[in-house]
Design a protein around this ligand. Structure first.
Ligand code: UD1
Ligand code: UDP
Length: 438
């Protein structure tokens, strides 16, 4: 089987690494396309080295630019490669411009798309990433979702549960596979030469709504200036460096003795840095997941999150760009042992590190059953209705579907929405289903 993986930014490289490993381990043909959205050595090549990934077969070199230009160039470049190479399936990851470009182009060429980390929703359409998530999910064939919450998001939007697979997030695979190696090889903590190792905050921010907005950025920076009880390690994203310089704030921040600004750090060093931190302060998506995976409390510099499981689990607090709230919460973590330990011990909702393996099992199964095909149907649809019903019968989803020629879309058990796993007993639940009379 020929499997195409499209990636282009730091988080895609990190989260696709275990998927690429698994494709190679199972001796499938890998077609790796880099869009070139991230191009600095510290944002791209270093991760290929750290994670021992093969060189991409193609680099589209889209570089930086407006969303329309970047997405358009990616679509043009990806289409050319896919027409030439004809992979059996295309895998895209997350919510960057590559996921939208790749999914749109591939699905229109009738190449099935697997969206890794599908179904996340912040319900905030001012975020470019939310548009990419919605668009990519519209164009996908398989949905590899990290949690049941994401599966329910998709089911409620009308996606077919039979194509939605709760696999966990592949970031856990990457974390687990690399942490032990990192602990042996990384010298980052010694290199930082800090006076205190018990008060490290790892800080990252790059979200457009924070760093391109002077008022929000100033409010966050004022909080950072007052967090003098901590050593703040700030590997700076190139976007953030540019905006801080443009606003004349970079030198001010760099001059502070408790703030240590560095270039973006390699993955192995970064894993060790997070694991030795007392707090992760971030607006990153991946960091919210890694923090809870590594038992480090996260304070998220955002007003919403497409990772609400981390908040519900108790490991993540949304602090926005609210200076007082940031300071108050950081102080509580440092000085209130009970509070710190409850955040630290929050249960990781993102699986056991076997996401990539599960994805490959699903893809291989579909390939072996000749199901990796997008074809016009040749049976005439005679009836298609969506209905809701209270179920009194003692019956599982799978038996209900077979017995009544129905497909269950989503279940409400009287308390919450539930994803319709095949073995779920739906007695006493309200069920939304499609009825087929074909
Ligand atoms: C992109 C993704 C975002 C993801 C982030 C991961 C989209 C819409 N955004 O945001 O979802 O969270 O990557 O880091 O796809 N730059 C460099 N060197 C580089 C790359 C970028 O200097 O190698 C600078 C350029 O000035 C560029 C700016 O950073 O204009 C922003 O880069 P861009 O790729 O447009 O968006 P990110 O903020 O990185
Ligand atoms: N990361 C890293 N070095 C850094 C900063 C981040 O290796 O200096 C990793 C981090 O562990 C996570 C990913 O980059 O896996 C997150 O990328 P980013 O915050 O750029 O994107 P997002 O997750 O918000 O899309």
């Amino acid at each position: 089987m020929k499997i195409c993986v499209i990636l282009g930014t730091r988080p895609e490289i990190i989260k696709m690494a275990p998927v690429i490993d698994e494709i190679e381990k199972r001796s499938h043909e890998l077609l790796l396309i880099h869009t070139g959205q991230h191009y600095d050595k510290e944002m791209s090549e270093n991760f290929f080295i750290d994670l021992e990934l093969p060189k991409p077969n193609y680099n589209i070199h889209v570089g930086s630019g407006s969303h329309g230009k970047q997405t358009g160039l990616m679509m043009e470049g990806i289409e050319e490669v896919l027409i030439d190479e004809k992979p059996d399936i295309v895998l895209v990851q997350g919510d960057t411009n590559a996921v939208l470009a790749g999914a749109l182009v591939a699905q229109k060429l009738h190449i099935p798309v697997g969206h890794v980390e599908a179904g996340l929703r912040s319900f905030d359409v001012s975020m470019p990433e939310e548009i990419n998530r919605l668009g990519a999910d519209c164009c996908s064939y398989f949905y590899f979702v990290p949690t049941e919450e994401s599966a329910i998001n998709l089911a409620l939007e009308g996606y077919m549960p039979e194509n939605i697979f709760v696999t966990g997030n592949s970031v856990v695979d990457t974390c687990f596979r690399n942490l032990k190696i990192a602990e042996k090889t990384s010298t980052i903590i010694d290199d930082l030469d800090l006076d205190n190792l018990d008060n490290i905050i790892t800080l990252t921010m790059h979200r457009a709504e924070n760093v391109d907005n002077k008022q929000r950025l100033l409010s966050i920076i004022e909080a950072l200036m007052e967090l003098k009880d901590f050593n703040i390690i700030f590997p700076i994203h190139p976007r953030t460096k540019k905006t801080l310089e443009n606003f004349g704030l970079y030198d001010k921040l760099e001059a502070l003795p408790h703030i240590h600004i560095t270039k973006p750090i390699g993955y192995l060093d970064f894993l060790v840095l997070i694991s030795k931190s007392i707090i992760v302060l971030t607006d990153s998506g991946g960091l919210q997941e890694e923090a809870i995976t590594l038992n480090v409390p996260a304070l998220t510099l955002r007003y919403n999150t497409e990772r609400p499981e981390t908040v519900t689990a108790g490991g993540n607090i949304l602090v926005g760009a609210d200076k007082d709230f940031i300071l108050e919460t950081a102080d509580k973590i440092l000085n209130n042992e009970e509070f710190y330990s409850s955040m630290k011990n929050a249960k990781n909702p993102y699986g056991d590190g076997s996401a990539a393996c599960q994805m490959l099992d699903i893809i291989e199964d579909a390939y072996n059953k000749n199901n990796l095909k997008i074809e016009s149907p040749d049976n005439i649809m005679t009836s298609f209705k969506v209905k809701m019903e209270n179920i009194d019968e003692d019956i599982t989803v799978s038996k209900f579907e077979k017995k009544y020629n129905r497909i269950v879309r989503v279940v409400y058990n009287g308390e919450e929405m539930v994803f319709p796993k095949k073995d779920l007993n739906i007695k006493g639940s309200m069920v939304l289903f499609n009825e087929y009379n074909i």
